[in-house]
Every structure is written in C-alpha cells, then in structure tokens.
Write a protein of this length. Structure first.
Length: 251
C-alpha cells in the first residue's frame, strides 16, 4: 500500500505530511495508524516540534467514508475510537505541535487541527465541525478550550463552515499567513523550541493545560456514548446524501 504520510526530519523537529490528496487527506485506518506511528517516532527522537501538513488543496476533510457501504456500525465506531486516540495523543504530546490549515479543514480533520498547539491558516481555508449532524461527539471539549464553551457549542451544533478570518477571531486559528511566509514561520517555531529540552517543553505544555484536567477518558466516553446509538451508519449516509444535494444545488 502507498505510504500515506511523508516525514521530513530536522535536528529537533519533524513534519508529517498527509499524502492522500485525491480524497482530501481524509482519515482512513491506515492513515491514522501511520500518523500515530510517526508520533511515537517523534517521541523516541525527542523532537520538540511536530508539524502537520496536507498534500494537495486541503488539509484534511475528516474521516474517509469511501468504504462506508461495506462497513457496519461496530466497525465505524472502532474507526472513530482510533481517531479519538490519535487526537488525544496529539493534544497530550510532550512536544509542541503545529498544523497548517488550507482548503477544507472539516470534521475529524478540524479536530486534528484543533488539537495542535499552534494553528496556522491560509486565507482561503474553511473550517467545520459537522459531527452532530449524525449524532457524534468528537473533539468538542478540546474545541471548547480553544474558543470557549458557548462558541464551541454553536460551532458543533451548526456544523456550518467558517472562514479563516472568523476562525482567527474566535481563537481557533492562531495566525493567518500566506504560503510564501510559511517557511519563515517554521524557522521561528524551530528556533523557539531549539532553546529548550524536550523535558522543558513537555513541562510547559502540561502546566499550561493543567487547569483543564486531562479529560482523556471523558473524551472517549462521550464519543463512544454518542456513536453507540443504533443506526450510526445510516445517520452518516443521510448526512452524506444531504451534503451531496447541497453541493449539486450550488453548482
């Protein structure tokens, strides 16, 4: 199978690029496994910064639904649980994490973006959290920490797309920049972490998040409770059909 991520390594950092552009870098089990494996490698290398990028037009368009017709509720639940484990590992990583949002940043892809410490975006990026449309609770607590409980609730329930400027105003995006300025942003972040040991970076992150508690078990429990309701596959199929109709009307 084609490697779904490519990794560039530096002296104290690494960049993980999602390599599934034909499907918007949507998260399939193999891609999730590959990212988690690279996060483990980053810990072993004692990286102090890990950057997430997406190949092609989009950063990540959520969970891969290309095989949904062959899946059952239990398999879908397992796949969402694997994604939650990935999000938790990013959120609790001992190194600084950065995501570069471009194009569509949707669903589980938006949750991955939200889980990162530094969240850069291009002007043309859009963000949406449509999980509630099929009864799913994924990443909402972390979103609430980024933008506040009231805004997170509104974004999660509406599922509507917001543009980069609005996302920046809300605190979801840390900084909007042009593609030509990206390398300079990388260099700046690398210089910051290069001054510190991996232990110091981990301690600073832990202290900054300490007031929120770990929440890891509650995040998984909320996901499982929402996804375990009978008919998960049918709810997702109805949502997919609704999106297709909307796209057809807008064309």
């Amino acid at each position: 199978m084609h490697n779904l991520v490519t990794v560039t390594e530096g002296d104290c950092w690494s960049r993980i690029r999602l390599e599934k552009p034909a499907l918007g870098n949507a998260l399939c089990p193999h891609l999730v496994f590959s990212i988690r494996a690279e996060l483990l490698n980053a810990k072993k290398r004692e990286d102090r910064l890990v950057i997430f990028e997406g190949e092609g037009r989009n950063f990540c368009t959520g969970i891969d639904l290309s095989e949904i017709d062959t899946l059952d509720d239990q398999t879908l639940l397992a796949r969402f649980c694997e994604i939650e484990l990935l999000l938790s590992e990013i959120w609790n990583a001992p190194f600084l994490t950065m995501a570069v949002g471009k194009g569509r940043v949707t669903g589980a892809g938006a949750d991955l973006f939200t889980a990162c410490d530094l969240r850069l975006s291009f002007n043309d990026s859009t963000f949406a959290f449509p999980g509630s449309s099929f009864g799913l609770v994924l990443g909402t607590r972390r979103l609430g920490i980024r933008v506040g409980a009231d805004v997170a609730t509104r974004l999660a329930l509406s599922g509507a797309y917001i543009d980069a400027r609005h996302a920046c105003e809300l605190g979801l995006v840390s900084k909007i920049l042009t593609p030509s300025a990206l390398n300079a942003e990388y260099l700046e972040a690398e210089e910051v972490v290069r001054k510190h040991t991996i232990k110091t970076v981990a301690q600073i992150k832990s202290a900054a998040l300490s007031s929120y508690g770990s929440g890891t078990d509650n995040d998984m429990a909320a996901l499982v409770k929402s996804a375990s309701a009978a008919g998960l596959k049918n709810r997702i199929l109805r949502y997919r059909d609704k999106v297709k109709k909307i796209k057809k009307i807008s064309e």
